[in-house]
Design a protein around this ligand. Structure first.
Ligand code: GLA
Length: 750
């Protein structure tokens, strides 16, 4: 049972083995946040509210004679679970609702609660969600009622002992007989009693999709958000709140990640007495919602993990729950595909013969999936046309022939598609100009990559596009889909929504995207889906709910790629990051394969033009994939060096039984003589491991405390993947003996 309610003191305790979260219902029926952090079996000794000095308490209009703990309640100093708006608390508020009187004062007070075993399933949520099973979680639902209007707020807390995490979301229900404007809607508020935190955020742009940014929190309002409608790169909805003393492996870190691909926001405010408030939910810049009588609206879910083992501890908790309870568990995830994608090899310039040759060469190199990227549908010979007209260009490619050929070699075929888009020169646009997301009477809409976005707030549009997709995927035996999204929303006030709902467009658009993805994955669960947005944009848990992998970045040059992957690794399981070996300038095929190995692994170049040596390398890495990629897929991740604060990118992944470990290392700037040791993490200290770098055998404790000696002059972009593999004691002893006898000659025992 991960939730208790102590009736006498009205205290809720949500807990896992390592984490506690306490909420108190005070005598004015405010929900007060008492504590969140390392597991604490009782909060009573702390005399929860006593620390609020009289100085703040006097601001209350309550009588001083009630010297109980609630006497110290104060709008200025209390930590709320749901802060009011328009009253004494002038910090940022999580919910703002406005009635027909145009007054937005909002004051939600405790009404009732419910504790249930398992996740809350009474309604089908329209957003992606954490797929908790019955035994994974206990759910606490607290209902509050606004003091002024008959409007209810439900707070949902799913606490999972099994995955050591908490999932939060909320819902507003209008039971009044007036129309309500929801001006701010949050998934959560988290008030912490101190300051001294910094934020680790991921930001990016096309080609440098993901960079780590460390933002110290101060007394001004800090907002990490996105307003592009369907998230591009900009800020990622995964962040970490890091206490000042925390490091990679020690100290307190909260990981927070939203299951949403649209406009989100996290607000941070350190108040006048140095407490920290965090609020996360829809970005109120682009969100306003009309809630009519009897209507309700829910938020997306936000996942929280708490670690006192530093950033790496946080990453490991995140990776585990994402892998096991967010990413789809259907057949398509289990397939061991090594793919080759046509994009960087051919762009739009291919035909049946070229693809057949690619298949033949791929077969020789043990590649088993060939993906035909952009350019397979009618008239699409550049990025200026045809989005929306999803019909095979039979003059360019005989898709049936290509598939039959691949199948005869026991290989599969994948296709690229960009379903949410429409080209102004397409037949679809000629027939249905109203399908484009352009407000009536607003001419000259913004074109980005020569294209417009479809109005997915309109069910008719979703159905039309989905029918076209069915026509393709029912007719052709396709095993993989790359689902792209190459521009963001502009002028996003839907022509199909009534005037009073225009500002709901971005929110409703995202629901439309999820609807389309639900329909597709329901009908084609066997198709392996990889989402993509101009490279590695829209990389979030909303998308990972549908597609077990997301293309990491259009940047495939190892120099930047290593830092992009490093940044993504912090929050996302390595196996979810689409990574290919390409033909870019920096690094050899081997260098690129070392890095791609720590993602989904595949290729994106014209292998028919490679020399024999490069093909040998490809075959070697493909055999390595069969032997060791399971470590990347399931192992525990440890960052060693950050390219954002050192000259290296380095990490290691250890299999769950600790018998195998894969290490990645990359050097950035040329370094001449340099003492350099790479300390590996997470091994069994007393077991012996053979390492493929020096072909030596040492104990785990040696690798972890002394490290691997990389003290040699190093060129820029020197990079390596090496394997540590446990060997038994006898083999280790034998190895020592051999070394003595032959004077230290290196011996391969594995
Ligand atoms: C986007 C993707 C690329 C490729 C092109 C095709 O830019 O990120 O990988 O699929 O679209 O147009």
């Amino acid at each position: 049972m991960g939730v208790t309610f102590e009736k006498k003191r009205k205290i809720f305790h949500l807990f896992t083995k390592n984490f506690s979260y306490y909420i108190h219902v005070n005598k004015y029926n405010y929900l007060i946040h008492l504590y969140s952090g390392k597991y604490l079996n009782d909060i009573s000794k702390e005399r929860v509210s006593e620390r609020y000095m009289e100085r703040y308490a006097f601001l209350n209009d309550e009588k001083k004679e009630t010297m109980d703990e609630d006497y110290y309640f104060s709008f200025i100093a209390s930590q709320f679970e749901v802060a009011p708006f328009g009253k004494g608390d002038k910090r940022n508020a999580p919910f703002i609702i406005e009635g027909e009187d145009n007054i937005p004062i909002t004051n939600f007070l405790f009404d009732s609660y419910e504790i249930i075993k398992g996740p809350y399933k009474k309604e089908r949520i329209r957003f992606p969600y954490v797929r908790f099973q019955e035994n994974d979680v206990t759910t606490l639902i607290i209902t509050l009622k606004d003091e002024y209007k008959k409007v209810y707020l439900k707070l949902f807390y799913e606490i999972s002992e099994k995955f050591d995490c908490l999932v939060r979301y909320s819902k507003i229900i209008n039971k009044s007989n007036e129309n309500i404007k929801v001006k701010k809607l949050s998934s959560f508020e988290l008030d912490l009693p101190s300051s001294g935190y910094k934020i680790l955020a991921l930001k990016g742009t096309w080609g440098n999709d993901t960079e780590v940014e460390i933002i110290p929190l101060n007394h001004s309002l800090t907002k990490i958000s996105d307003n592009h409608g369907a998230r591009g790169f900009y800020y990622n909805p995964a962040i970490a709140l890091i206490s000042n003393e925390a490091t990679l492996d020690n100290g307190e870190v909260y990981g927070i990640s939203s299951l949403y691909s649209g406009d989100f926001s996290y607000e941070f405010k350190v108040d006048e007495i140095d407490q920290t408030r965090i609020i996360g939910g829809f970005n109120d810049e682009t969100f306003e919602y009309l809630l009519k009588e009897k209507e309700e609206i829910s938020t997306f879910q936000t996942l929280f993990v708490y670690s006192n083992k530093g950033i790496n501890g946080m990453s490991q908790l995140m990776h585990e729950v994402i892998r096991k309870r967010i990413m789809p568990q259907t057949k398509n995830v289990q397939k061991d595909y090594i793919l080759i994608n046509s994009w960087e090899g051919y762009y739009f310039d291919f035909d049946t013969d070229k693809i057949i040759s690619l298949i033949d060469e791929a077969k020789k190199c043990d590649i088993n999936l060939v993906v035909i990227d952009d350019g397979w549908f009618k008239n699409r010979n550049s990025d200026t046309t045809s989005l929306g007209d999803w019909e095979v260009d039979n003059l360019k490619i005989d898709l049936k022939k290509v598939i039959d050929h691949a199948k005869s070699l026991k290989m599969d075929i994948g296709l690229w598609i960009e379903p949410e888009m429409i080209s102004p020169s397409s037949y679809l646009f000629k027939e249905h100009p109203e399908f484009a997301l352009i407000p009536e009477n607003y001419k000259h809409p913004t074109l980005l990559r020569h294209q417009l976005v479809l109005d997915l707030t309109n069910n008719e549009v979703i159905t039309n596009i989905f029918r076209k997709m069915i026509d393709i995927f029912d007719e052709y035996d396709i095993s993989y889909v790359k689902w792209d999204f190459n521009r963001y929303l502009t002028e996003s006030y839907s022509p199909s929504l009534p005037v009073e709902r225009k500002k709901e467009t971005n929110y409703r658009f995202m629901l439309g995207v999820y609807d389309l993805l639900y329909r597709f994955t329901n009908i084609y669960p066997h198709i392996l889906l990889e989402t993509c947005a101009s490279g590695g944009g829209r990389f979030d848990l909303g998308m990972l709910f549908f597609s077990p992998q997301i293309w990491g970045s259009d940047e495939t040059d190892i120099a930047l790629r290593a830092s992009i992957q490093y940044a993504k690794n912090i929050f996302y399981p390595l196996r979810s990051i689409g990574a290919h070996v390409s033909n870019r300038k920096i690094g050899s095929i081997q260098d690129k394969a070392c890095l791609a190995f720590f993602g989904t692994f595949g290729y994106e170049l014209d292998i028919t033009k490679l020399n024999e040596e490069d093909k040998k390398q490809i075959k070697f890495f493909n055999s390595l994939y069969k032997d060791f990629h399971h470590v990347v897929e399931e192992g525990k991740y440890y960052s060693i060096f950050s390219p954002f604060s050192s000259n290296y990118a380095a990490w290691n992944v250890v299999s769950n039984n600790k018998k195998e470990c894969l290490v990645y290392f990359m050097n950035y700037k040329k370094e001449q003589t340099k003492s350099r040791f790479l300390k590996i993490k997470g091994l069994s200290p007393n077991k012996f491991y053979f390492n493929s770098l020096t072909n030596d055998i040492y104990k785990g404790s040696f690798y972890m405390n002394v490290g691997l000696n990389l003290s040699c002059p190093m060129d820029p972009y020197f990079s390596a993947l090496f394997v540590l593999k446990e060997v038994d004691d006898i083999r280790a002893k034998l190895y020592r003996k051999t070394k003595q006898v032959d004077g230290g000659k290196r011996d391969k025992l594995i």
